[in-house]
Structure formats: structure tokens, C-alpha cells
Design a protein around this ligand. Structure first.
Ligand SMILES: O=C(O)C(=O)C[C@H](O)C(=O)CO
Ligand SMILES: [Zn+2]
Length: 280
């Protein structure tokens, strides 16, 4: 498993492009018939991706629970959020089958022993993007169909940031220990996400960008509000953002992204806004 030990904000100011990419960028998330996993020491979030093609994949395929987490199975002391950005798929969790079609989500609680992932059709494989965070309590598993997520309109065409924030794993939809997760879609012609920018000292956040069109790219902005840096992100890549860091992006065209948060609280609106003219 790829482990990122993280960097403090003082060191961050002096990092080169390559150093920033090595520490904060997550690439190669989807490989055919494989499960990727990156463990961040920022709030101990694990970012995973699975693309089953020829059969069932075991979620813990590349995880050694005792060595990596000191437990007998991956979700013994963790919860898991899944959003499928590919073709229709199936998740089996401790004998329960969930049909997870494109843009459906699934929450699996602490204590789930066996998780397998499969695609309905090898020609259009499912792509399960997943986040796992430490958990202390068991809440019910929940299949979140796209329509049942909370759709929050944001931004405007005039500010090039018209988008819909779809809140899947959110207190208004279901209970979790600390995980929050959702999917934000930018309208055609809109390219900015999360501007005005914010931080949330109480939570860290991972942004996973996808649907970046061919020959297009995206600049993810992060760092302290008065010491911003950028990282150029390709399609289906993620960026780990510490709690002290803004997290915003601008594409050369519209795109979609999944955000996943964990930390002290699940209060989505608990944000410290940064006036745009104060950014440096
Ligand atoms: O487009 C946005 O704005 C977002 O999706 C913001 C994220 O949900 C976020 O950063 C929550 O803290
Ligand atoms: Zn945020």
C-alpha cells in the first residue's frame, strides 16, 4: 500500500513541483482487475479505486490488515464510502448484494468483513472510487441512489462556476462516524470549483477529478490561503488536501469531481471562507 506521511504547512512553502506531486497527488487509481489504495496520515483516510473487468475483486486484495492497520480485516475499525463512476456494477458485502449503477453510492459500516466488487459488463466496467476512514460505531449500510443524494445548486455562469453539489454521505442522508462524501458536477462553460475558496481546520479533504475531457487539463489550487500553490491534475487523479489548505480547481473545460472529508465533525457548512481578493 502506498503510504503518505504528510507535510506541515511550513515545509509545504518550500516544496518543488515534483515534491508536491509525490506527497499529495494520487494517480493510477483504476487498473483493470485491480484495487489501488493510498493511505494518508492526514486523518488516516484511505483512498481506493477498483475496476473489476473479468470477475469479482476482493476489496482487500492489496491490503495486509495486520501489517497495515493492526486488525484482522480491513473494515474491522473503519467505514467505507463508494461511488461508482463507471458502468453498472455489483458490490457484495457480507452476503448482501447491492446493484450499484453509474453514479450510485454505497456506505458500508465498521465491522463489514468481506467485500467484493464486480462489473455487470466487461466492455463497460464499473469504476468504484472509495474512501475509508477510522470508525468507532456501527451505522446501517446504505445504498444511496443518485436521485436520493441531496442536490445543491451553486455558483453562476457569470462567475464560470455554475455547478451542482450532490451530497451522498451527508448528515441529511445518513449517519456515519466521520466520513462525508459527494460528487460535484460543473455545467458546460463553467470551470471553477470551490471559489470563493475555504478551509476547514476541523476536517481534511480529498478531491478526485474525472470526466476531464481529452486534451484538457485542470489546475488544482491548494496551500494556505496566502501561500497558494497549484498542482496540474489529469483525468481520474486525486489530490490530498490538509485541513489548513484551501482546495479549489480550475479546468480548461468543465469536469466532475468527488470530494471526501473526515475529521472532527460532519458539519458540511463548517467552513472558513477566504475572500477571493485576499488569496496570494
Ligand atoms: O464545488 C464545490 O464548492 C464543492 O464541491 C465543495 C466541496 O464539497 C467541499 O470542499 C466541501 O468542504
Ligand atoms: Zn472543503
Amino acid at each position: 500500500m502506498d503510504i503518505r506521511y504528510s507535510t506541515g504547512k511550513e515545509a509545504f512553502r518550500h516544496m518543488t513541483t515534483e515534491e508536491l506531486r509525490k506527497e499529495f497527488l494520487v494517480q493510477n487509481i483504476f487498473k483493470a482487475d485491480d484495487v489501488s489504495a493510498v493511505y494518508s496520515h492526514i486523518d488516516r483516510i484511505v483512498t481506493l479505486g477498483a475496476m473489476p473487468v473479468s470477475g469479482k475483486l476482493d476489496l482487500a486484495k492489496n491490503i495486509d490488515p495486520m501489517k497495515d492497520f493492526g486488525v484482522n480485516y480491513f473494515l474491522e475499525r473503519r467505514e467505507l464510502g463508494i461511488i461508482n463512476i463507471g458502468g453498472d456494477g455489483v458490490v457484495e458485502a457480507d452476503g448482501v448484494t447491492y446493484n450499484i449503477v453509474h453514479f450510485d453510492g454505497l456506505y458500508l459500516p465498521k465491522g463489514t468483513k468481506q467485500v467484493s466488487l464486480a462489473s455487470k459488463a466487461a466492455k463497460n466496467p464499473a469504476k468504484f472510487y472509495m474512501s475509508s476512514t477510522p470508525a468507532h460505531q456501527v451505522f446501517p449500510a446504505k445504498h444511496i441512489v443518485f436521485a436520493e443524494s441531496k442536490h445543491v445548486p451553486a455558483g453562476s455562469a457569470a462567475e464560470s462556476n455554475k455547478r451542482t453539489i450532490n451530497q451522498y454521505i451527508h448528515p441529511d442522508v445518513l449517519d456515519t462516524c466521520q466520513l462525508s462524501m459527494g460528487l460535484t458536477q460543473l455545467d458546460e462553460g463553467s470551470v471553477w470549483n470551490t471559489m470563493p475558496a475555504h478551509t476547514h481546520e476541523r476536517r481534511m479533504e480529498v478531491y478526485f477529478y474525472f470526466d476531464i475531457k481529452e486534451k484538457q487539463t485542470l489546475f488544482h489550487l491548494f496551500g494556505e490561503p496566502t501561500e497558494t500553490r497549484h498542482i496540474v491534475v489529469g483525468n481520474e487523479e486525486a489530490v490530498i488536501n490538509p485541513s489548513w489548505s484551501i482546495h479549489s480547481g480550475v479546468g480548461t473545460s468543465n469536469y466532475t469531481f468527488i470530494w471526501a472529508m473526515c475529521g472532527e465533525n460532519r458539519t458540511y457548512t463548517d467552513m472558513d471562507w477566504v475572500a477571493t481578493q485576499d488569496l496570494r
